[in-house]
Design a protein around this ligand. Structure first.
Ligand code: MLC
Ligand code: AMP
Length: 512
């Protein structure tokens, strides 16, 4: 029996043949039959471009239905889908191409020249383009290609995708996700959240991360439901679609923006059956305000790139604010005391570890990193601090890892610090996350100037630091503010005390 995830989806696609799979606000529509035929055409194009089973296909394209068809085409031929944030700069992309050695790099038409140069530098043999209006050389090739109606037979542990997550050392790690990882999690979620063919998901997330790609699209495919694709989150477009949708999935910033709008009412959301939040903590205040304004309790769940979704509040039963619910069926969890490595008693805080068919197989070509985080008994160390309350609900109370989550995007301080430290006038820097009313946490840099730099015209200022980062790091990683201090606070071991900095600059981004 083949474990190709495409086959599971294809069974639904054939059943739901004429039904909408993806529609857009400007009138584009792909039925499930279209998804079958066009993914076969794209699979044909991939084959003609030289992509084989096991090859990586790096994809940095704008959000479009065709990008999802490309993902399906990759599954069909057993190649490994490798989506990249559209915000990544050339330097960032170079790293991923070098590391993953893809057989093909699919880019936006306007980036073709730069992409070809990067591909040449990194030894990537082929480049194709895909635009948001179904344009580009990949779509041309798909029209001419002999379709591949088949799907290759695969084992459970064959890779379906590699998603890069930033690393604490500043080097991004490619999380290897198998067909089984994705299949098991999407089945579990579709059932836990009562997805059916009648659902219409309002899709406003980016499609290069777990949330918008796997949670949203795989669950839709698993249920034979349909999705309305919005290019990005836009409050007006959400309100235009809420009366016609049934489910919305979002990061907390979606909900903090929606609750501030007077259009959010029970009538506006009367057609909706479910609002899901994840990727970052949803505050109890936002949960309560949303419920007060709509009558809907947001369902908060917890996941990671490496594991897909692990914990969820219940569909039926209390969805408790400030908690991420309980382990999903098939997922095991334990909370470990960092000092003695033992499980903590209920009610105490420790490091959350998870195990299950959803958990990845390791980091691409990083066996040591894999061993550090994925234990021999199969448990994965999430790096999040958690506590189970007396009703069995899990609270994520903090992070044991030096990570900032801004608007649902992860930013590893080390990566930003390294680029700031390249400046001659910088002695050292520390990047921290501070409470931010819109993004949850705001990336903030605290910089020590080189000694000898005297106040005056040449002195390094905030704008020059930001300017240096611009073009080197994706916009969302760039600090919203930069502060200068004479020295960084350190503990007796010489380690920078980021907690002290977080206290000192706590009120940098006041709520308005
Ligand atoms: C945009 N900007 C951000 C930002 N998004 N800055 C910090 N953090 C972010 N997340 C920048 C813009 O470039 C712009 O800069 C300025 O901030 C204001 O932009 P905006 O117009 O307000 O942003 P918007 O386009 O509305 O985007 C905000 C957002 C978006 C929250 C809607 O970031 C988003 O869709 N986030 C979702 C991320 C996600 O999918 N995470 C899932 C990861 S998977 P300037 O200077 O040009 O004005 C995962 C696992 C799991 O975590 O459990 O799900
Ligand atoms: P990523 O590496 O982008 O997949 O991000 C995973 C991280 O997002 C987790 O380790 C958590 O720190 C965080 N996260 C995801 N969902 C939640 C949630 N509901 N509450 C708090 N943190 C979350």
């Amino acid at each position: 029996m083949s474990h190709n995830l495409f086959d599971t989806f294809a069974a639904q696609m054939r059943k739901r043949a004429d039904a909408d799979f993806i529609t857009t606000r400007n009138g584009r529509r792909y039925s499930y039959t279209d998804a079958l035929t066009q993914s076969a055409q794209l699979a044909g194009a991939l084959t003609e471009l030289g992509v084989k089973q096991g090859d990586r296909v790096a994809v940095q394209v704008d959000k479009s239905p065709e990008a999802i068809l490309l993902y399906l085409a990759c599954l069909r031929i057993g190649s490994v889908y490798l989506p990249l944030n559209t915000g990544y700069t050339g330097d960032e992309i170079r790293y991923f191409l070098n590391d993953a050695e893809p057989a093909l790099f699919v880019c936006r038409p306007k980036m073709e020249e730069q992409a070809r140069a990067l591909a040449a530098d990194t030894g990537c043999p082929a480049v194709a383009t895909l635009g948001h209006a179904a344009d580009g050389s990949l779509m041309d090739a798909a029209q001419q290609a002999a379709p591949r109606e088949d799907s290759v037979a695969l084992e459970k542990d064959d890779l379906a995708a590699i998603l890069y997550t930033s690393g604490t050392t500043g080097r991004s790690k490619g999380a290897m996700l198998t067909h089984q990882n994705l299949a098991s999690n999407s089945k579990t979620l579709a059932s836990a959240w009562h997805f059916s063919a009648d659902d219409r998901l309002i899709h406003a997330l980016p499609i290069f991360h777990t949330h918008g790609l796997f949670v949203a699209c795989n669950v839709t495919l698993m249920a034979g439901a349909s999705m309305l694709f919005l290019p990005k989150f836009d409050v007006d477009e959400i309100f235009a679609e809420l009366p016609h949708g049934s489910v919305l999935m979002g990061v907390p910033t979606f909900y903090t923006r929606l609750v501030q709008d007077e259009r959010l009412t029970p009538e506006m959301t009367a057609n909706m059956r479910l609002f899901v939040s994840g990727s970052a903590p949803l505050t109890s205040e936002t949960h309560a305000a949303f419920e007060a304004k709509t009558g809907h309790a947001i369902l908060e769940r917890y996941g990671m790139t490496e594991t897909n979704m692990n914990l969820s509040n219940p569909y039926e039963g209390a969805r408790r604010a400030g908690t991420v619910g309980k382990p999903l069926p098939g997922v095991e969890m334990r909370i470990i005391d960092r000092e003695n490595g033992r499980e903590v008693p209920q009610g105490e805080i420790g490091i959350l570890q998870v195990r299950g068919p959803n958990v990845f197989t390791g980091y691409w070509r990083m066996p040591e990193k894999t061993r550090e985080e994925l234990l021999e008994d199969g448990f994965f160390i999430t790096g999040d601090l958690a506590m189970v309350d007396d009703q069995g609900y899990v609270h994520i109370v903090g992070r044991d890892k030096d990570l900032v989550i801004s608007g649902g995007y992860n930013v590893y301080p080390k990566e930003v610090e390294q680029v700031i430290d390249e400046l001659d006038q910088v002695a050292e820097s520390a990047v921290i996350g501070l409470p931010h009313p819109d993004f949850g946490e705001g990336v903030t840099a605290v910089v020590v100037r080189q000694q000898g730099a005297t106040p005056g015209e040449d002195q390094l200022e905030e704008a020059a630091v930001i300017e240096h980062l611009d073009g080197r790091l994706a916009k969302y990683k760039q600090p919203k503010r930069v502060f200068f201090v004479d020295e960084l606070p350190r503990n007796t071991m010489g380690k920078v005390q980021k907690n002290e900095l977080r206290k000192r600059f706590h009120d940098t981004y006041p709520s308005t």
